[in-house]
Design a protein around this ligand. Sequence first.
Ligand SMILES: [Fe+2]
Ligand SMILES: [Fe+2]
Length: 306
Amino acid sequence: MRKNYHRREFLQLSLAGLATLAGCGEFRGGTLDDKITSKNQILNLYDNIAKDTGEAISDWGFSALIRYNGKTILFDAGTFPDIFKHNAKVLGADLTMVDIAILSHIHPDHIGGLDYLLKINPDFKLFLPNDGNLGGKDEFYAEMDKKYARGYLYRHPNTEFVEECTEIAPGVVLVATTSPLAGGFWKYPPYENEPLFIEMPELSLALEGKDGQVSLISGCSHSKIEEIIKKTRKYIGKNVSLVVGGFHHLPYSSEYVYNIARLMKDELGVKYVAPTHCTGEKAIAIFKEFYKEDFHYFGLGTKLLL
Ligand SMILES: [Fe+2]
Ligand SMILES: [Fe+2]
């Protein structure tokens, strides 16, 4: 069950929510800070999907910086700390403002830049999936060698491992799922029926707007984007309006992707999509074709209103 916060105690921003998103789409220019007093927004800091990025460097990986009701949230941190640092600088993102950092899963293209954040910002709260390989739940590692103790990969005093869906602040929900697919490409079609090696814990981020509409940010969706959406709906009790991030459709056929797009729109009630990163160019084009004006480009350097 979710905690029952008294929402009026918190700043209620005058965003027009996803109606605004639908009206203006992505916008560029300025810094993340210059509009934070009036807008909840997400900025793409690290992505292999890119066009007209100016000085920002495109590289395989994903990271997004989010302003939400006065909080600054980092979701994933890209692959290389130097590129992460560079992109934050040229895109005008002040990472010393980060209050909360979330790593979606253990893959290097989502966690590498955290080293830079740890250097410049000692005060943020870090949320990790409960992954033994991140030093999470598997006490075997702790006994085997101290260096594999809980949190060994990123030693940060303010770390919490998340195993179940959790509302960490008013309207800020971590959606915990476990990947039935090993995480790489070898368990995707046509190999999906082979025995599974691992189950990888993942976190996605759901944000509930003032108007009650829910935005969902995913990292790589190894748990399958439709399953993450279903779990979000079940936990929050509302449809997900916007889904942003990596859908991990690179390994799939066009027919498979089209069916997922149709499922998301027609059965799961997702109004807007902004797929990027491991969704892959081909699948992104299919979502664009299917969602038409409700598709939003979200490559490197893009901002979207939430
Ligand atoms: Fe990824
Ligand atoms: Fe991944």
